[in-house]
Design a protein around this ligand. Structure first.
Ligand SMILES: *[C@@H]1O[C@H](CO)[C@@H](O)[C@H](O)[C@H]1NC(C)=O
Ligand SMILES: *[C@@H]1O[C@H](CO)[C@@H](O)[C@H](O)[C@H]1NC(C)=O
Ligand SMILES: *[C@@H]1O[C@H](CO)[C@@H](O)[C@H](O)[C@H]1NC(C)=O
Ligand SMILES: *[C@@H]1O[C@H](CO)[C@@H](O)[C@H](O)[C@H]1NC(C)=O
Ligand SMILES: *[C@@H]1O[C@H](CO)[C@@H](O)[C@H](O)[C@H]1NC(C)=O
Ligand SMILES: *[C@@H]1O[C@H](CO)[C@@H](O)[C@H](O)[C@H]1NC(C)=O
Ligand SMILES: *[C@@H]1O[C@H](CO)[C@@H](O)[C@H](O)[C@H]1NC(C)=O
Ligand SMILES: *[C@@H]1O[C@H](CO)[C@@H](O)[C@H](O)[C@H]1NC(C)=O
Length: 691
């Protein structure tokens, strides 16, 4: 046994790499895998017909969904770390989806939000609001917050310097929209609590994901790899919650939209939710209706939806396998693309695959989840964790690094800790103006009967996720209190700590490994911590776990919004705001526009409508909003306060024939008596026919 400290610090090398890598591969898709047994060792999971009433006490279940779309102009999108990728409109709206389960004595809340990841700041603000509203009912130990990992959500909700740089600071309207959306989805779930049952099913989704770092994966021991048929997990686990009156919800991961996209979008997982919800909520506009379907992220760290794989966009050659670079143009020209002709089609194809499988699994879910609920949570200072390691997992770390004269050399401890990673910029030791990186992280696990949900504070690679699942399962079952546990990894939970690779993958130092901020033993540390939670649950001592050091909640005066103020909106001569500038052949209309940041809180509202004329009542019915997949609201910023809003309706063949119009609603800023005032405006296209 050797003892190694876990260490901390991300180098600028990684920051640079994160941009490069994104160019290479786009995003990841991992599927939430999970589920099933029960608390008593003497009973096996039953196959039940969901139409039969349960004999024992049912759970109380509640579900809710709320819009969490922040300001869709100028704010950077969170994911590709590309400051030029700023918001300009809406492809699909972003939602928080909440599920509450209560076993009569304990209650858990699982939230999946269409955002890049949950940040510590976001979680702390949500917990404060819940405390103010519900007292001690919803707490750090029984509320799990997970991000779907869309790379087309808004940034600005972080309190650590590194993330603030890629976010243009702490953007109050952005974080407020997410906090409000999450809390509102929990409110709705809380109000909708009623007796219900939970069914579990799982299956494999084919043709939707690819390992983007196969070279790292191959460094895992051969015997371990042999146990799995693929270098990605294809399993999707669904939990179907049915009220006794038959409504339901469901759980499963996204990223097909690339960094050229400016429109806020839920991406492939958001689209899978959209399809499922639209199917069940007949006649409702998107974001409305009682049926809620969440597709949560899992061990997606090294998994991409761009299944055509990486190639050199300039020459068409294959990229170099080891370093993903091209003979001409280097790594920048190595791009991975998804199955479709463009990113919208790729998003659609992957989203549909996931939706179809989920629908099938939903329809055939018979295995009922029963048994009591457990919750275990700790705050852990990752710079103060000592990992117990078997000697086989010990390399002989060496330091081959480069230093950055800017901040001075990292300490010897940090250097040893990160070997073989060269450290350019030791963020773990940088505390000014605020820490660059979190030291204190949340580790959390909940169990509902035979299902254990492990809330991982970052992006775990495929193999890392498998190791965590195995360790947790073993620990839970070791005491005999649980059998046949289905352990699911919920990714991007509670706080973001970048990537988590295996020790062997770390040695290769591709992107994921270079972004494993607590060093080569990060995974071992998490396994030790999650084992600790699982053991406590198995022994029934989870209430005695040390709470750990509370994370800092920096004063808002220390957090700065680095966005430039919104200028006064201008319009070309002889036009009005909302006036139509251009009407295209397809249903495309360009309006004179104001800056969407002037519109303030637009959650549960819309910037655009597609309306159909009803002859009988002579009224216009709203058939689409900006949340609809078929519509695209592009906000195009010009210079000196000029901007346009172009609305496209990609008319599906299923559209009913009739007369239509497109409308746009916005707000403009002007100066009146030397004070800025915000004035609403609207615009309407000519009427056009669809036949
Ligand atoms: C990538 O690896 C190849 C060898 O496989 C090497 O020749 C090339 O210089 C490397 N390129 C970069 C950018 O590291
Ligand atoms: C992003 O997608 C668009 C089409 O939707 C495509 O033209 C462009 O090449 C893609 N860029 C990258 C880097 O994948
Ligand atoms: C480190 O952890 C130990 C317990 O594991 C604790 O006693 C000690 O106070 C911690 N040190 C710091 C600086 O947090
Ligand atoms: C070390 O290896 C032994 C035997 O393979 C195993 O039983 C033990 O659990 C391992 N310990 C840790 C901390 O991984
Ligand atoms: C760091 O390590 C170097 C080389 O081993 C040694 O010369 C130096 O004294 C060490 N510095 C500290 C502060 O321990
Ligand atoms: C604006 O409209 C007025 C009156 O219709 C016209 O005289 C003027 O030439 C127009 N200006 C421009 C720039 O089109
Ligand atoms: C609606 O009214 C228009 C004329 O006002 C007519 O041409 C059209 O056929 C009517 N459509 C239906 C579905 O009744
Ligand atoms: C708005 O659209 C008009 C007409 O297409 C175009 O001339 C103008 O340059 C656009 N302005 C901006 C800011 O894109």
């Amino acid at each position: 046994m050797a003892h190694k400290p876990v260490c901390c610090g991300l180098s600028t090398l990684e920051v640079v790499l994160s941009v490069l890598f994104v160019l290479m591969t786009g995003v990841s898709i991992g599927l939430l895998s999970v589920i099933a047994t029960r608390r008593n060792a003497d009973t096996s999971p039953e196959e039940l017909d969901p139409t039969v009433m349960p004999t024992e006490n049912p759970y109380l279940v509640g579900v809710g969904r709320a819009d969490c779309t922040g300001p869709v102009g100028e704010v950077p999108l969170m994911g590709y770390a590309n400051l030029d990728q700023t918001a300009g409109g809406i492809h699909t709206r972003l939602y928080s989806r909440a599920f509450i389960v209560d076993d009569g004595s304990k209650r858990v809340v699982f939230v999946s939000a269409d955002i890049g990841m949950v940040s510590q700041r976001l979680r702390l603000e949500v917990l404060r609001e819940l405390q103010a509203k519900y007292g001690n009912l919803y707490r750090q130990d029984n509320v799990v917050l997970s991000g779907t990992h869309t790379h087309s959500g808004l940034a600005g909700y972080f309190q650590y310097t590194l993330f603030m740089i890629t976010s243009k600071g702490y953007i109050k309207p952005s974080i407020q929209a997410i906090v409000n959306g999450i809390v509102k989805s929990i409110d709705t779930a809380h109000k909708s609590l009623k007796p219900g049952r939970i069914f579990l099913n799982k299956g494999e989704v084919e043709g939707s994901n690819l390992n983007r770092s196969p070279h790292s994966y191959r460094n895992n021991p051969a015997e371990e790899r042999k146990r799995y048929k693929s270098n990605t997990d294809k399993q999707m686990v669904i939990l179907k919650l049915t009220g006794l009156d038959g409504d339901g919800w469901f759980a499963v991961h996204p990223v097909s939209m690339n960094y050229t996209n400016r429109m806020v979008s839920g991406d492939n997982l958001g689209y899978a939710s959209y399809l499922f919800e639209q199917e069940k909520n007949i006649g409702s506009l998107p974001g409305e209706g009682p049926f809620v379907a969440a597709f949560a992220s899992s061990n997606l760290g090294d998994v991409s939806p761009n299944i055509k794989g990486p190639f050199c966009v300039n020459t068409g050659e294959a990229c170099d396998y080891l370093n993903s670079s091209c003979p001409i143009g280097g790594t920048k020209m190595c791009v991975a693309m998804g199955p479709g002709a463009d990113m919208f089609e790729s998003t659609r194809i992957i989203g549909e695959n996931i939706y179809k499988k989920a629908k099938e699994l939903y329809g055939t879910a018979r295995q009922e989840v029963k048994g009591v609920i457990h919750t275990a949570h700790q705050w852990v200072d990752m710079t103060n964790v000592t990992v117990q390691l078997n000697s086989t997992h010990m390399g002989d770390p060496f330091w081959d690094g480069i230093r950055d004269a800017l901040v001075g050399p990292p300490s010897n401890e940090t250097q040893d800790c990160h070997s073989p990673k060269p450290i350019l910029f030791s963020t773990g030791e940088m505390k000014k103006p605020l820490p660059w990186h979190p030291d204190i992280v949340d580790v959390q696990m909940i169990t509902i009967g035979s299902v254990a949900i492990v809330a991982i504070p970052g992006e775990v690679t495929t193999m890392s996720g498998r190791r965590v699942r195995e360790a947790v399962k073993q620990e839970l079952e070791s005491q005999g209190a649980f059998t046949n546990m289905e352990v699911v990894i919920a990714g991007l939970c509670n706080i973001y700590t970048h990537y988590i690779t295996t020790y062997e993958e770390y040695q290769i130092q591709r992107y994921e490994a270079a972004s494993t901020i607590y060093g080569p033993h990060t995974l071992s540390a998490y396994m030790q911590l999650f084992r600790g939670l699982a053991r406590a649950i198995a022994e029934g001592t989870e209430d005695k776990l040390p709470v750990g050091p509370e994370p800092p909640f920096f004063d808002e005066s220390q957090l700065h919004n680095l966005m430039s103020p919104v200028p006064v909106d201008k319009k070309p001569p002889n036009t009005t705001f909302g006036g139509v500038l251009e009407q295209g052949e397809v249903a495309s209309v360009t309006f004179v526009s104001g800056n969407p940041r002037n519109s303030g809180d637009m959650t549960e509202k819309t910037f655009i409508t597609v309306e159909k004329y009803r002859n009988t009542t002579q009224e216009w019915d709203i058939v689409h909003t900006d949340a609809s997949w078929e519509t695209r609201f592009h906000w195009i910023k010009g210079s000196r306060g000029y901007s346009n809003a172009t609305v496209e309706w990609h008319i599906p063949s299923s559209a009913q024939s009739g007369k239509y119009r497109i409308r746009h609603f916005g707000h403009r800023r002007e100066m009146m008596n030397f004070r800025p005032v915000i004035i609403p405006y609207e615009g309407t296209s000519d009427v056009f026919g669809v036949s």
